[in-house]
Design a protein around this ligand. Structure first.
Ligand SMILES: Cc1ncc(COP(=O)(O)O)c(C=O)c1O
Length: 494
């Protein structure tokens, strides 16, 4: 064991011994990544990870120093060639944005500055406040509201629901827990709502039985008659309804709930009205959608992602809450070790930990700040509009092709369709379409994902991709038919 004196006489750090070497490598990394993004169209949309790479990535903890050139070589050989592919022009799986070159550089700058955007008097705190104000402006939400940048839609939704839960009972839920409420605390959403809401309700101790999932109409929009009936019967049963959740773009089909009706019903029963607009809230900037999404302006809270339809690199989401005091009351705490001072580093804006679950937080706001300056908000609205137009175009291609069938109306940027053949049952078509999705991905043609609608397996395209072009959707439709015909004629595995 070394003595303290010996350790201190030989102090070490993690900075490079040779700064020039790291600088040169950094320049090359930037060149390589710019080429990677620039040339992504000529790459397959997805590649299978070889067993050799999987073995390599299980080698165990490094105990001795390795050369940074070698480490970068390993990244290029084993990591870079096998991405999920969401920066590719034909990636439309789940709902994932595409990122941008400047967004990636902003991440590098944020990591180099490395601020903890939890508290204190430093620039990152003010950049976040500015970006939050921009987010309010983007969806015409009141500037007096409060907000916080979070990792994504799941965190944004739970943050809003915690504020709703604590505020609506008028009890001290933070101290007493939900047992302080009368009966069960119930909340309402459609069956099409994203699973993160159910997870939030479970984590919040409310229990998923109290999340009333209301059925939807033929357009996958919540049935407001059933909603009103459910609220009234819960009140009659002695429960405490507290929140209605509307979807601005459901995850399955992109359906927009009748938000204005939901707001009215919430107001009539004195309930908190929350909108999960993970991607769809931002379509409010598109003139054709400003009316159907207008009620967002009057919601009590709204959750949306900036890594989806603002094309920011992962991760960044946003929650805005109309009643800033209700928001702060849900999370604020006083501790000796996080005290604000009048001057110096510990001065500064209200600590962000008073507005969410996390204390330590990275500098997410920088990529949004730089990217919005790069393009201006109008360009984002135009690209979102382009994504919607492309989705309607794909819908038309599907309708025109006798071997394809739409499984849900196209209402925004999500298209659910399947290959069909007259002689095959639904069960057989389910298997065949699943095979098509896997083949499209394995052949590196395109990456749609899938869902089940009314028992039917759907090929699902969620378009939040600023690199996609009209021809990419033509390729998708054509290749779906080609692969579908081949399997239908020759059987699976053909
Ligand atoms: C409607 C909706 N809500 C919530 C989420 C969850 O968002 P995140 O994955 O950013 O946590 C998603 C994700 O796709 C979504 O589509």
């Amino acid at each position: 064991m070394k003595s303290i004196d010996n350790i201190l006489s030989d102090e070490i750090s993690l900075d490079p011994a040779d700064w020039q070497e790291v600088r040169a490598l950094g320049h090359r990394m930037i060149d390589d990544m710019m080429d990677h993004m620039h040339n992504i169209r000529s790459e397959p949309s997805w590649r299978k990870i070889p067993d050799e790479t999987k073995r390599f990535l299980k080698k165990g903890i490094p105990r001795t120093p390795e050369d940074i050139e070698d480490i970068y070589g390993e990244f290029r050989r084993h990591i870079l060639p096998y991405p999920s592919g969401n920066i590719h022009p034909r990636f439309w799986a789940w709902v994932q944005g595409t990122g941008t070159p400047l967004g990636a550089l902003a991440e590098m700058l944020a990591a180099a500055m490395n601020p903890n955007t939890a508290l204190g008097e430093h620039s990152a705190m003010y950049v976040e406040q500015e970006v939050l104000n921009w987010c309010k402006e983007m969806i015409s939400y009141p500037q007096s509201s409060s907000g916080i940048l979070v990792s994504g839609g799941s965190m944004a939704n739970i943050t809003a629901l915690v504020a709703a839960r604590n505020h609506q009972t008028g009890k001290n839920i933070r101290k007493e827990g939900i047992r302080a409420a009368k009966g069960n605390m119930t909340l309402y959403c459609s069956t099409e709502t994203h699973s993160c809401i159910e997870k939030a309700v479970e984590v919040m101790g409310i229990g998923s039985n109290s999340l009333r999932k209301i059925s939807t109409d033929d357009n996958y929009r919540i049935r407001t008659d059933e909603l009103e009936h459910a609220i009234i019967s819960d009140i009659a049963a002695g429960d405490t309804p507290f929140c209605v959740i509307g979807n601005a773009g459901t995850v399955n089909t992109g359906a927009i709930d009748p938000l204005d009706d939901l707001r009215r019903i919430s107001a009539e029963h004195n309930l908190w009205f929350h909108v999960d607009g993970a991607f769809g809230a931002l379509a409010k900037m598109v003139p054709e959608y400003s009316e159907s999404l207008k009620a967002i302006e009057r919601a009590d809270s709204v959750a949306f992602d900036l890594h989806k339809w603002m094309y920011m690199p992962f991760e960044i989401g946003c929650v805005l809450i109309r009643d800033a005091a209700a928001h702060r009351n849900a999370f604020a705490s006083e501790t000796n070790y996080l005290m604000n001072h009048e001057r110096g580093l510990a001065a500064g804006p209200d600590p962000m930990g008073n507005y969410g679950l996390e204390l330590s937080r990275g500098f997410k706001a920088l990529k949004m700040w730089m990217s919005l300056k790069e393009h201006g908000i109008q360009k984002y609205a135009s690209v979102i509009r382009q994504n919607i137009a492309q989705s309607f175009y794909l819908g038309k291609l599907v309708e025109k092709e006798k071997h394809l069938e739409l499984l849900a109306p196209v209402s925004m940027n999500v298209v659910c369709y399947r290959y069909k053949a007259d002689n095959l049952s639904d069960a057989e078509l389910n298997g065949l379409n699943k095979e098509i999705v896997m083949s499209l991905q394995e052949q590196g043609i395109a990456s749609p994902s899938s869902t089940i609608l009314g028992g039917k397996y759907a090929i699902r395209v969620a378009n939040t991709n600023h690199r996609s072009r009209k021809e990419d959707f033509e390729i998708l439709a054509r290749e779906t038919v080609r692969i579908g015909n081949r399997i239908a004629n020759r059987g699976f595995g053909a």
